[in-house]
Design a protein around this ligand. Structure first.
Ligand SMILES: [Zn+2]
Length: 441
């Protein structure tokens, strides 16, 4: 049984035929709706040093000393967790942001292999260190004709794109970006607008907003540095640090206003994904304080208020240790899943060669709750179960020989469309008693 929706389970039919007793149990379960909402704008935000444990503490406060109404909007209107995991082997800014941009771990055969946390040298790119081209989110978005932007609060982000002040790196600039072999040639410069500025206090977000109002980007990546800077100077979770999260919250509020008031085309048509590169780098009391980060998905159609782990119970699991020591087996949600999700919400496929959420199977919507509308028997040992669902997705027919100790086995999966009747044909089995159920997946 899926653990989220037992309250929706109900008996619908009992049938007796040829000495066999069959029952159908209908449940709506948490799982994927592959017909995700599509948006035309995606904003991926990384808040440097925004540790999930510390943000959780702010959410838990009952006083109003550090108001975070916009983070609460992200949580209440979006799907989220405060326990996403960063890279297993690294808790520094640039390797983790390279993971976020490329959706790869740092190490291993599929790793991006960028280990430095310093400003890249002139001409030094992710590709030159790896020894082969490492595609990132900017490749996919730009090659598909989207306008792209990067707004970063640290100079080391020149690794992704150079500008006049920061000439090192430039992995996705006009010189080092890959040829565009997808449809129309949009060129090698994968990032149309790059803004790198180390001033705190909002210049990153304010500049993005100003430019978005005049020449909108469909895909933008924003890096905000307050929690990292004040974490190092004042301590993660300190009063100063908490106040700086409030400052970031105000920036998020401006982004909501941008979407809902300033640019009409973005309203109802924009996804925000917000995560972080790491938590407390300096003196974390536990591994979670360093390796756990938030992951918010705010988007039309998303399961409002849902816990991402509950939506993804079959394919993601909260980290068993911080840090995780393996990339095999059931994995936690990763900060570096953000961009393959963003691309999916934009209607695009994953970053070539990437690892995290390459299947784009991180679920952010509720499953379709199927309803049985009829059951017939053809007199020759075959039942037909008809149903409908109010959302598109997959519906799984499962069976078990007993409800005392149920062992549900999925036996058929149908892709269904919202409002379009579907049916399953089920041969009568040899068990004297069999129970069936339908679940959205
Ligand atoms: Zn950082």
């Amino acid at each position: 049984m899926k653990r989220n929706c037992p309250q929706t389970a109900r008996w619908l039919h009992w049938l007796c035929a040829g000495g066999l007793v069959l029952g159908w149990l209908v449940t709506g379960a948490q799982a994927q709706d592959p017909t995700l909402p599509r948006v035309q704008y995606a904003i991926v935000i990384s808040v440097d040093g925004l540790g999930g444990v510390y943000l959780s503490n702010l959410f838990a406060r009952v006083d109003n000393t550090y108001p975070i109404p916009n983070f609460k909007r992200l949580k209440n209107e979006g799907a989220s967790t405060l326990a996403a995991h960063i890279d297993n082997n690294n808790y520094e800014t640039l390797p983790n942001h390279t993971s976020i941009v490329t959706a790869r771990p740092r190490d291993g055969v599929n790793g991006h292999r960028w280990t430095s946390n310093s400003d890249p040298l002139v001409g030094q790119t992710i590709h030159s260190v790896k020894g082969s081209y490492v595609a990132g989110v900017f490749d996919v978005a730009h090659d598909n004709g989207l306008r792209t932007g990067m707004y970063a609060n640290k100079t080391k982000f020149s690794l992704f794109d150079t500008n006049t002040s920061y000439p090192g790196g430039g992995s996705y600039n006009a010189v080092n970006g890959a040829l565009d072999i997808t449809g129309e040639d949009n060129g090698r410069d994968k990032i149309d607008t790059t803004f790198i500025n180390t001033a705190l206090g909002g210049i990153i977000v304010n500049t993005f907003i100003a430019q978005q109002k005049t020449n909108a980007m469909q895909y933008a990546f924003l890096h905000i540095n307050e929690p990292d800077s004040y974490g190092h100077s004042s301590g993660w979770g300190s009063a100063t640090w908490n106040s700086q999260v409030v400052v970031v919250d105000t920036m998020v509020g401006k982004i909501f206003k941008l979407i809902e008031q300033d640019v009409p085309a973005m309203n109802g048509n924009t996804a925000i994904i917000l995560t972080a590169d790491h938590g407390n780098q300096d003196n974390p009391p536990t591994g979670a304080h360093r390796y756990a980060v938030p992951f918010f998905v705010w988007c039309p159609g998303v399961a409002a208020g849902a816990d991402l782990y509950a939506l993804n119970a079959s394919n993601r699991k909260v980290a068993s240790t911080y840090p995780m020591t393996t990339y095999t087996g059931l994995q936690p949600i990763r900060n570096a899943e953000a961009n393959n999700l963003a691309l999916q919400l934009l209607g695009l496929g994953p970053i070539p060669g990437s690892t995290f959420n390459y299947a784009q199977d991180l679920k952010v919507t509720l499953p379709p709750p199927p309803v049985i509308t009829g059951i017939t028997h053809d007199g020759h040992g075959t039942f037909t179960i008809s149903g409908t669902a109010d959302r598109s997705g997959k519906v799984v027919l499962g069976m078990t020989p007993s409800l005392t100790l149920p062992a549900w086995t999925p036996i058929q999966t149908n892709a269904v469309s919202a409002g379009v009747p579907f049916s399953f044909s089920v041969p009568q089995g040899a068990d004297p008693q069999t129970f069936f159920r339908l679940m959205g997946q």
